[in-house]
Write a protein that binds this ligand. Structure first.
Ligand SMILES: [Zn+2]
Length: 208
């Protein structure tokens, strides 16, 4: 039944993209694409490993690891969602590497203002990046973007939300930060996502 097979592979290709561009599409990603009860991402990862769906593996690993170490190692999962030791090891190594890069690079992005002049916008705390107001705002943004727990998971491939609705007005989650600064962070984070994507196969030990 080559048609069914190619249809299934097409669905998988959409939900577990092989290219960075595939991430940006509006299609649903990951396990939500399967009909019926949504499978645990570990179960999908196990299946893809068994079926040698190599092109879909980086994304399947990412979907399982982004929920953190407790989800990867959950002892109450059914057998088909329990990761064999070598897969679990790759997943945890990958999670640690992704999390470290996410924390470091997001920190540099927000706190270090690499190569840029102080913000020219009047009243933006970034005009004096080491002032208490700027640091407090940066901390708020940093915590929101990376989440607080160390190995609770990773959001590194997700487009971060720098704005929130305050009384009907969209404002940066860091009080007073101007849109120019947010734009710099957005494009810096877009670079981080691209770089992370390119590193996924290496991070999960999938390079031959
Ligand atoms: Zn600014």
């Amino acid at each position: 039944m080559p048609t069914i097979r190619s249809q299934i592979l097409e669905v998988i290709r959409g939900a577990y993209p092989e290219t960075f561009e595939g991430l940006g599409s509006s299609k649903p990603l990951g396990e939500s694409v399967f009909s019926g009860q949504t499978p645990h991402p570990n179960e999908v990862l196990n299946l893809f490993v068994q079926q040698r769906l190599t092109p879909a593996l980086p994304m399947a690993y990412y979907m399982a690891t982004r929920r953190g170490v407790n989800s990867l190692m959950d002892g109450h999962l059914p057998r088909n969602a329990t990761l064999p030791p070598e897969v679990l090891q790759s997943a945890i190594r990958g999670l640690i590497a992704l999390r470290e890069a996410e924390l470091n690079e997001t920190h540099d992005l927000i706190f270090a203002l690499k190569g840029s002049r102080p913000c020219p916008t009047p009243n933006c705390p970034s005009r004096t990046p080491t002032s208490p107001a700027a640091l407090a705002a940066y901390h708020k943004v940093f915590d929101r973007i990376v989440g607080s727990s160390q190995l609770g998971g990773t959001k590194v491939l997700q487009v971060p939300e720098f704005y929130e609705d305050r009384d009907g007005e969209l404002q940066c989650i860091g009080p007073g930060i101007c849109s120019g600064c947010v734009e710099r962070w957005e494009s810096g984070h877009a670079e981080l996502r691209k770089k992370t994507w390119a590193a996924l196969t290496g991070v999960f030990g999938l390079k031959d």
